[in-house]
Design a protein around this ligand. Sequence first.
Ligand SMILES: Nc1ncnc2c1ncn2[C@@H]1O[C@H](COP(=O)(O)OP(=O)(O)OP(=O)(O)O)[C@@H](O)[C@H]1O
Length: 278
Amino acid sequence: MTPVVSARGLRKEYPGHVAVHDVDLEIEHGEVFALLGPNGAGKTTTVEILEGHRKRTAGHVSVLGEDPGSAGRHWRARLGIVLQTATDAAHLTVAEVVRHFARYYPHPRDPEEVVEQVGLTDKAHTRVKALSGGQRRRLDVALGIIGRPELVFLDEPTTGFDPEARRRFWALIRALADEGTTVLLTTHYLDEAEALADRVAVLAAGRIVAQDTPSALGGRSRGEATVRWRDENGFHQERTAFPTKLVTQLSGGRELTDLTVTRPSLEDVYLDLIGGTA
Ligand SMILES: Nc1ncnc2c1ncn2[C@@H]1O[C@H](COP(=O)(O)OP(=O)(O)OP(=O)(O)O)[C@@H](O)[C@H]1O
């Protein structure tokens, strides 16, 4: 199957500055793909090129089978885009805005259902200007998915969400992916990438420095583990590539007190990958 998003040698130069260097990406149908990276790494630039909102300097790009640089309205209607601040309809209510946007699309989702999915049912009749920052963000997400898009771009979607709203949003993204929607999100939250993404790419200073499943990123599923335990002589820790073997040897069938086996967290690996570029 052709990938939903494919970029080869993608490059973006601003006067005197290369923001994106020869980026290669492929995102498959139904995949949730997260782009991670520190401020200024080139995430928004990359995403905006894929959305057709910015011109690239060089490289080959195909999104839903077309070149975003020249694709038309019909192509755009197949995308859902959640910008960092999208809604500019302060005087309308939440329900009105969502219904209004639904009319732009040939096969929209049910507006009431979408309002419910983003957790805004009790604010449906509240004017947009009276929403909190996190609630506005949820409305942005509602507008991004109302058109039943095949591909959704989410730029830092949960910034300003409270923990419950984030969990709810994650469930919504998983449900979209289960229906076959492809999702590209940028995020600064590593737990979000870990919870949602099938694959992650880390951008640092405009280059992709790693691309893998969250559990394998930076070789962390194969890397050394730290085994910690306690016995009559006190607390011990040992790094090993074979933790199961070590624990078996140590225990000899008895219980080990305070036993833990840990590998580097996604955050450890991420900080290591972007080290020196942030
Ligand atoms: N219109 C522009 N003109 C010149 N330079 C730009 C322009 N837009 C972005 N840049 C530069 O390109 C680089 C990448 O910016 P970009 O917004 O893509 O980063 P980002 O990874 O999305 O950052 P953040 O996490 O802060 O949103 C930055 O150094 C930025 O200053």
